[in-house]
Design a protein around this ligand. Sequence first.
Ligand code: RTP
Ligand code: MG
Length: 391
Amino acid sequence: MDERFAFLAEWYDPSAALLRRYQLLYYPKDGSVEMFDMKNQRTFLRRTKFDEIHPEDLFVGNRVNIFSRQLNLVGYGDQYTANKLGSKKERTLAMIKPDAVTKVGDIIQMIYDANLIVTKAKMTKLTWKQAADFYTEHQSKSFFNNLVQFVSSGPVIAMELMGDEAVSTWRKVLGPTDSGVAQKDAANSLRGQFGTDGTKNAGHGSDSLASAARELEFFFPSTTGHGPSNTAMYSDCTCCIIKPHAISEVLTGKILKSIIENGFEISALQMFNMDRVNAEEFLEVYKGVVAEYTNMVDELCSGPCMALEIHATDAPRTFREFCGPADPEIARHLRPTTLRALYGKNKVQNVIHCTDLPEDGILEVSSSKSHSNVMQELHSHVLYSVSFCSR
Ligand code: RTP
Ligand code: MG
């Protein structure tokens, strides 16, 4: 019999408002998948070749996109799969400290290069008390006050990372605690490249699975509340969403780096999953106006995306110019150095959704709304979605 891996998977069906459960089978020999509806006890998808799924994406806690359905892998379906694919997978908390937030692009690239994935992310600014709570284990140390003062001195970016031995892998990426030592002994490590001294050392990583669980709960609570709030400030800004296809193509690091290098400040950042209802509402201004509306909705809810608040003078206009024409083919002819020209595939998978209306037609249709109203609307949709999804 062909080797096969089995998972329990959940899919939220928005039209029925039901959480549906499936058994998902994957056959590595020919890259085919098969799905079985658990409630109705019948085959849902006959064994079908599906090239877009990669064996390394198959582990509990991850999401996979199968024929436009976003499935949550919630359990292993048999002991064989758990042993073979699950035994080394861990989650850990990574935090980019205030001194390295502008290096977020390089750092996310380093995370992916280490074969880890980012499953949650949020920019937040900790109060003194929050930082002291976070580092409570170091309360009695001589450096405690310095550390708390530093970590609460500006925004940080907290992330949940997942992958094989994530706790130790991420600490290896960070390098030695003291940046001076890191520069000598591990020049390519995160602290070797971006740290300054023993305290200002660019990043944090949980030191055990138990700390990881506690620290993830601190930033991304699983039960009550949303954790420390994001840093959105709603002024002189525009809203940008890195689309799911770009995230799964591992472009996030390059995109963030390019945004920052071109003089834009990222004043808020949060990763989230939009469900179909959210995506439809978010893209409502395009409904009946842009032919690709339904495909745009499909794309936006096909996996995690990253919402950014971009702060700059005249941000909506300058940032839109930086992204380039919505159609990557046109962008490659007219503005070959823009993000969409460089990384876009087609009008739907065009890397970035940025606030504004790409077609003149829409402006006419929505002429009752001023430009800034549309922006605020989009912005509040994102933040609504963010708070909705981080629940
Ligand atoms: P982290 O917790 O931030 O990932 O760092 P770590 O495990 O490598 O180091 P740890 O001993 O847990 O210390 C926590 C943070 O405190 C600051 N520190 N300053 N002598 C000093 O000035 C000193 N020692 C530690 C660093 O920011 C360190 O990351
Ligand atoms: Mg530590």
